[in-house]
Design a binder for this molecule. Structure first.
Ligand SMILES: Cc1ncc(COP(=O)(O)O)c(C=O)c1O
Length: 390
């Protein structure tokens, strides 16, 4: 598979390329979309084949017998992450934003608070507040150019109403792969403050050489009675439009509460997602993931070298994810000014750091999962847009 191929996505109802003009004012004709977290690549052939089999058959009725689907998830977790999952622990949601909403619904009550380590994936706060709960923002610190946890500082920020902590592991944005020691500290913090721990590991298959991800149940097996794992193949295989995610709950009591909410809302997955995931979680899918990670690693090196050569800009070294997190603080510009240079000057649509919560204000997030030539063009435009700083 050549990830260098430029696939035209404009005019395909693609959020990333077709919505950049209405949302950011970045022109559709010559703008570059580096915001929404999906990749400009086709998924592995094994996934294409599964969809083509469905299309060739041509009858799209209700799905039955999920044993192969569940076995594929079990295989993936055991082979790629060393974690043995029982099939009855697995719930299939309409993606992990949906999974987050269900967790908030099942494990907290209106008026309760949910702790987030900010800056963090913006949909968490949106879902929590829409459900009538509040967010307790606990900012990560930046040390040696990377995010660090600050448990001592966070103790003082808790209100006593926190019933749940949503961890992003690896972290989006910034790409930290948390160490086993950090994960254990998160687990202990949850025990100390009696919080359910939801570990969103949607990015955990896209980890760069040199970093080692550990799934939460292996890092802290003592907290299985308060742990909800969220994983998915959608980022991994670039099939986010299939809206399918795994919420994996080892504890029977938590499982009963979650299952009750699923049943009350009548949630059952769509057959495209089920077929795609069954195909993707396979040796063929695994070989493709190794290739895409190597390609993304090349993109991240190219991007970081070019960005860090622009005075005042600093790209956080990613250990995981394809979402570069660039600090513009050194430019001395206000967020509106550096964002305008990127959007109007360089014509690149990016995510604004402030939307990720406290600590994100001086940052922009750039999606690097695109052919290398597009990354090269983007960094050249950024060089020009900030040329007066040289
Ligand atoms: C941490 C995290 N969780 C969840 C999602 C979205 O999940 P889904 O598309 O399954 O709703 C994203 C997308 O970027 C993400 O970064």
């Amino acid at each position: 598979m050549s990830f260098d191929e430029i696939i035209e996505r404009r005019g395909t109802h693609c959020a990333k390329w077709d919505m950049m003009q209405p949302i950011y004012g970045v022109p559709a004709e010559d703008g570059i979309a580096m915001w929404v977290a999906d990749m400009d690549f086709r998924p592995p052939q094994v996934v294409q084949d599964a969809v083509e089999r469905m299309a060739a058959h041509g009858v799209y009725g209700y799905f039955g017998d999920d044993s192969a689907y569940l076995a594929a998830i079990q295989w993936w977790m055991a082979n790629r992450h060393g974690w043995e999952v029982a099939p009855e622990w697995i719930f299939t949601t309409h993606g992990l934003v949906n999974g987050t909403g269900l967790c908030v619904d099942a494990f907290t009550a209106p008026g309760d608070a949910v702790m987030l380590m900010t800056p963090v994936y913006h949909a968490f706060a949106r879902v929590i507040t829409a459900a009538g709960r509040t967010v307790t923002e606990c900012p990560l610190t930046v040390m040696d150019g990377a995010h660090q946890m600050d448990f001592a500082g966070w103790e003082a920020l808790l209100t006593g109403r926190e019933k749940m902590l949503i961890l992003c592991s690896p972290h989006n944005p910034g790409g930290r792969v948390w160490s086993v020691e950090e994960l254990q500290a998160v687990a202990e913090f949850c025990v100390r403050h009696d919080m359910i721990l939801v570990s969103d590991e949607i990015h955990h298959d896209l980890v760069f050489p040199g970093a080692k991800h550990t799934v939460m149940p292996l890092a802290a097996p003592q907290i299985l009675d308060r742990l909800v794992m969220m994983t998915a193949g959608t980022k991994t295989f670039n099939i986010a439009g299939s809206h399918i995610g795994n919420v994996i709950i080892p504890d029977p009591g938590l499982r009963a509460s979650f299952g009750k909410r699923m049943a009350a809302l009548g949630i059952s997955p769509n057959s495209f997602g089920l077929h795609m995931i069954t195909a993707a979680y396979s040796p063929e899918g695994a070989a493709w993931v190794d290739e895409v990670v190597a390609y993304l690693d090349g993109n991240r090196k190219l991007f970081d070298d070019a960005i860090n050569a622009i005075p005042g800009l600093r790209s956080m070294p990613l250990e995981s994810t394809y979402l570069a997190w660039v600090d513009f603080e050194g430019t001395g510009m206000a967020p509106a000014e550096f964002a305008e240079r990127v959007e109007k000057g360089a014509k690149i649509a990016v995510n604004h750091g402030g939307s990720f919560g406290k600590g994100g204000e001086s940052f922009l997030r750039f999606n690097l999962a695109t052919p290398r030539a597009v990354v090269e063009e983007a960094v050249e435009r950024l060089r020009v847009a900030f040329a007066d700083l040289q």
